[in-house]
Write a protein that binds this ligand. Structure first.
Ligand code: DQA
Length: 148
């Protein structure tokens, strides 16, 4: 049996983690988060792909290409969470079960962050736990894959 494959996608400005508003997002870099996710994935025997883009279209293309290739998608769409019908449509079209994640609790922040355009097409949302959101999402992604 081939290993479970999970695609992690990160949206705009997440390449700046570590120095970007550390009071909200912490001091951990995206590379550090990736290493922790990889270590946990290895211990669970899960294979992961971890990517970041500042470009909406590139994220759309990656989601489209995930169809049939990945068992689950974990996505921190960053600011596109609140604006992107294109990402929402791509998640729907890909038919890959998705887990929405955020470092911060978007519901406790500015009003415009309360609405997620992708939430309704994801299996669930994990928000507010900093880098731990990424680690919790691994368990969530394995469970949505299994129950897909
Ligand atoms: C974020 C929350 C978004 O509102 C924001 O635009 C981000 C990061 C988070 O992980 O907390 O860039 O997705």
């Amino acid at each position: 049996m081939r290993p479970v494959k999970i695609l992690y996608l990160n949206g705009p400005n997440l390449n700046l983690l570590g120095t970007r508003q550390p009071e909200i997002y912490g001091r951990t870099t995206l590379a550090d988060i990736e290493s922790e996710v990889r270590a946990k994935a290895a211990s669970l025997g899960v294979s992961i792909d971890f990517r970041q883009s500042n470009h909406e279209g590139e994220l759309v293309t990656w989601i489209q290409e995930a169809r049939g290739r990945f068992d689950a998608l974990v996505i921190n769409a960053a600011a596109y969470t609140h604006t992107s019908v294109a990402l929402r449509d791509a998640i729907t079209a890909s038919e890959v079960p998705a887990v929405e994640i955020h470092l911060s609790n978007i519901h406790a922040r500015e009003e415009f962050r309360h609405r997620s355009l992708i939430a309704a097409v994801c299996r669930g949302q994990i928000a507010g736990f900093g880098k731990t959101s990424y680690l919790l999402a691994l368990n969530a992604a394995i469970s949505v894959k299994v129950n897909a």
